[in-house]
Structures are given as structure tokens and as C-alpha cells.
Design a protein around this ligand. Structure first.
Ligand code: PA5
Length: 439
């Protein structure tokens, strides 16, 4: 089979007419490629795979990764949102689910969990560990707290000079507290370009360094993305088809999209996708709500709602043709569990029948179904998928009529949190929020 395929036949059968949307999708593609739309100063991601991440940069990433691979039993990647989800998604998709990579990749700074951080520090106590701290702004509270704690721990463990050798910072070229700290301490650093937003940064050092440290092939990942970039630079491409279909469905009242996988390794790919689409499209009181499920697991929790709840949803299934491993269901003489009718079948055959059966049931139940198929889970195909979803997101956001590359709504909770914490500079807000809570 092809390594990538998109099929929207089962989504457009309900009187959805994609032809009329083609001019809009062509215009949106041009707007992305010619950088003529809102947020056009954040289009650096468009050329990451084919141009920006050149051989020299790949070499540099690989060589820094190799230092940490040689020196560390564990590497903690500190970051939140776009500064961690891409790496987490790719590593989880590629790694053995029950065996840690060498070095083990751990994540911190993606929450403010006191128990999480305490337990992580207990776990690291007897391990030689390194840190990759990732923050474009260099000022985000969650990763800053985690870095302060883990940096102190590492310095106490191995001394300040050695800790600096085991720490890498990925941040803005000049601005931000993390840049100043990295310069003062002499950390190895990589730059997040001004024109690459967090959720579009997985194919920059933000995602590539952790993925390389985990031992995966970043050249193959970039090659898949570069090949998809070539496909998506012409009209009539699959990213436009996806963007058109989801916008057509949204306009027909389908307000929620569920990204569905039938392979638990793709759970965090769904988390990455949710951030990409949620932060890009959910603005001006518009936007498809992005949700994700892991099937068949979630057929036993969310399945009822999807099949039979309010008819405002559609689904996009990521279908993986081949498994990496082979496992056949054995025959059993007593057959007490009644499973002999599938004895001799591969586990994945049953999974595929669950997938097909669910698709048909959902179509019958009024859930339009889009299907994106890849041949197997590997670096190349993940690179294709990542670029495909990023380009579709840009096109789709413009079709929706929003700026897909900003995230103004994210600031509101921060303002309240800083006011509640009495951060210097927030005195008036502190007074106001305390008065509001006292009422
Ligand atoms: O996509 C985005 O821009 C955000 O999710 C950011 O990645 C996230 O808020 C982390 O920001 P920073 O890298 O500045 O710490």
C-alpha cells in the first residue's frame, strides 16, 4: 500500500459538497505558502523539513544527543504544550511500550504537580541524568519551576560545572530568562526561531533533540516531512482535502472532531494533534473542538456516546496497515472462552475487524468518517503525518476565518494565576482578584 492515504468518501456522503469549497481551499493554501495572511510572521514551520533543518544542524543535534546518550541513564525533557507534545508523541509511537529507551526519556514541566515532581526526583535520585529544557519564551511558569528544582538537584549531585555539561537549553535566540541563564552557565543551546510557534515546532530542535536522544532516526522523520511538504506545496493536495472536509462538516453542524487510533502507541499523537488544532482554531468563538480516543479501549467508555449521543461529531481515524510484531491467537482444546473461532488469526486481524466494524456502525449512526492510512508506524510515516496535519491546520484555520498562528486565549489563566500569586507587577490585579474571591 501507499505509505500515506486519505479517504473522505464516508464523510461527504451526507450531501456535503466539497467542489464548492475548492476555491476557498486553494486561496487558503496560497495564503500559507505566500505568507499573506494573519499570523504570517509565524510560518517558519513551512520550510523546516526541506530547508531550515539542514545537514549541519542535523549533525549538531545528533552530536549533542550523542553526548547525553553516552553520559546519561535518563534525560528529563522539560517543557509544556508545543515544547513537549511533539517529542512525546513521536517517542511514544516508536518506543517499546514496556522497555525504556536508553537513555530513558522523562518529561517534566508539563504540569505543576507537586507529587509528580517529587516522585520524579525520587526516581532520579540514584540515576545519572541530564536535562533538556525547552521554552521558546523562556518565561513559562510550569517548566521554569521544574527546571529550578531539577537544576538544583543535578548541581548538588554532580557539581555546577558537570551539571552544565549535562544540560541543554532550547529557547529564543536572544530574549528570555532561559537564554540569559544558558549563556551564564555555558549550556549547549539550540534556537527556536522567532517565526516557529510552539505547536508547530516538533520538526525543529524542540522535537528533534529529544527524539534523537531517545535513539530514533531524525533524518527519516524529516525526510517523510520533506516529501509531504513537496506534496502539499501544490493545489489539490491531501492537506487541502482534509481541511475542506472538516470545514464542510463544521458548517453543517458537526462541531467536534474525534481523532481515533487503533494502536495505543498513538495515544500521544492524539494529544499533540489536539493542541495543534485546539490552539490554532479555537478563537473568536469559533472552531471545531478537537477530541481524541484510543480504540478499541475507548469503545468501552466513549463508544456509546460516539455511536448514539448528540449528532454533532465526526471522526478522523488514523489507520495503521502493518504491525511491527506478529502474534497469533492460539487454539485451546477446551475452548472454555469460546475463542476458537479466531484461533490461528493474528491479534491485529481482530483489531482491524473492530476498526472496520466500528467505522460502519458509526457511519450508520450518523458519524461522518475520515480515514488517514499509513503503512506502518515508523519515523518516515510520522514525519509525513506531522507535516500533513500542520499544513492542513494552517489551511483549515484560514478557511475558518481565524489567525491559526496565535493563542491570545492562553494568557487569561496566566494573568489570574500571577495575580493570585502576587507576582510583582500584578499588584492591581492581585487586589481585584482577591476582592472578587472574598465576595
Ligand atoms: O503552541 C504554543 O505556542 C504553546 O503551546 C507553547 O508551546 C507553550 O505555551 C510553551 O511555551 P514556551 O515554549 O514559551 O515555554
Amino acid at each position: 500500500m501507499e505509505t500515506f492515504d486519505i479517504n473522505v468518501t464516508d464523510a461527504i456522503s451526507n450531501g456535503i459538497d466539497l467542489e464548492t469549497l475548492k476555491p476557498e481551499a486553494d486561496k487558503a493554501l496560497e495564503t500559507v505558502l505566500n505568507a499573506t495572511g494573519a499570523g504570517n510572521d509565524f510560518l517558519g514551520w513551512v520550510n523546516l523539513p526541506q530547508a531550515t533543518i539542514d545537514s549541519d544542524l542535523i549533525e549538531e543535534i545528533t552530536s549533542v544527543a550523542n553526548v547525553l546518550r553516552a553520559e546519561c541513564e535518563a534525560v528529563v525533557c522539560i517543557g509544556i504544550g508545543g515544547s513537549y507534545l511533539g517529542a512525546k508523541a513521536v517517542i511514544e509511537a516508536l518506543k517499546n511500550q514496556f522497555v525504556a529507551t536508553k537513555p530513558e526519556i522523562l518529561f517534566a514541566g508539563q504540569n505543576i504537580g507537586e507529587d509528580y515532581l517529587s516522585e520524579l526526583m525520587d526516581y532520579l535520585a540514584d540515576k545519572r541524568f541530564g536535562i533538556v529544557v525547552i521554552s521558546k519564551s523562556g518565561t513559562t511558569t510550569e517548566p521554569a519551576i521544574a527546571f529550578r528544582l531539577l537544576r538544583a538537584m543535578l548541581e548538588q549531585k554532580v557539581g555546577r560545572e558537570e551539571a552544565a555539561k549535562l544540560t541543554v537549553a532550547i529557547t529564543d535566540a536572544k530574549r528570555g530568562a532561559l537564554r540569559s541563564l544558558a549563556t551564564d552557565e555555558g549550556y549547549a543551546t539550540f534556537v527556536i526561531d522567532d517565526n516557529v510557534g510552539g505547536r508547530f515546532s516538533v520538526l525543529s530542535p524542540v522535537g528533534l533533540l529529544p527524539i534523537a536522544i531517545a535513539g530514533f532516526n531524525i533524518r527519516a522523520l524529516l525526510q517523510g516531512a520533506a516529501d509531504m511538504q513537496a506534496i502539499c506545496s501544490k493545489p489539490g493536495n491531501p492537506a487541502q482535502l482534509y481541511a475542506m472536509t472538516r470545514n464542510a462538516l463544521y458548517r453543517s453542524g458537526k462541531k467536534t472532531e474525534i481523532l481515533v487510533n487503533y494502536n495505543p502507541k498513538l495515544h500521544f499523537f492524539g494529544e499533540w494533534w489536539k493542541q495543534l488544532y485546539g490552539e490554532s482554531e479555537g478563537k473568536d468563538h469559533k472552531g471545531i473542538f478537537p477530541a481524541a480516543v484510543d480504540n478499541s479501549t475507548d469503545l468501552h467508555s466513549m463508544g456509546q456516546w460516539i455511536q448514539d449521543g448528540e449528532r454533532t461529531i465526526f471522526e478522523t481515524v488514523i489507520s495503521v496497515d502493518q504491525t511491527a510484531r506478529s502474534l497469533v491467537i492460539p487454539s485451546d482444546d477446551e475452548n472454555l472462552d469460546g475463542l476458537n473461532f479466531i484461533a490461528g488469526q493474528h491479534v491485529d486481524h481482530v483489531n482491524k475487524m473492530a476498526e472496520i466494524g466500528t467505522r460502519l456502525a458509526h457511519i450508520d449512526g450518523g458519524v461522518p468518517n475520515l480515514r488517514i492510512a499509513i503503512s506502518e508506524i515508523n519515523e518516515y510515516n510520522l514525519g509525513q503525518l506531522i507535516y500533513f496535519f500542520e499544513m492542513s491546520c494552517g489551511i483549515s484555520g484560514y478557511m475558518l476565518g481565524v489567525n491559526p498562528f496565535n493563542q491570545p486565549g492562553v494568557e487569561d489563566y496566566k494573568r489570574n494565576m500571577f495575580a493570585l500569586l502576587a507576582k510583582p507587577g500584578y499588584e492591581a490585579e492581585t487586589e481585584a482578584i482577591r476582592a472578587r474571591l472574598a465576595k
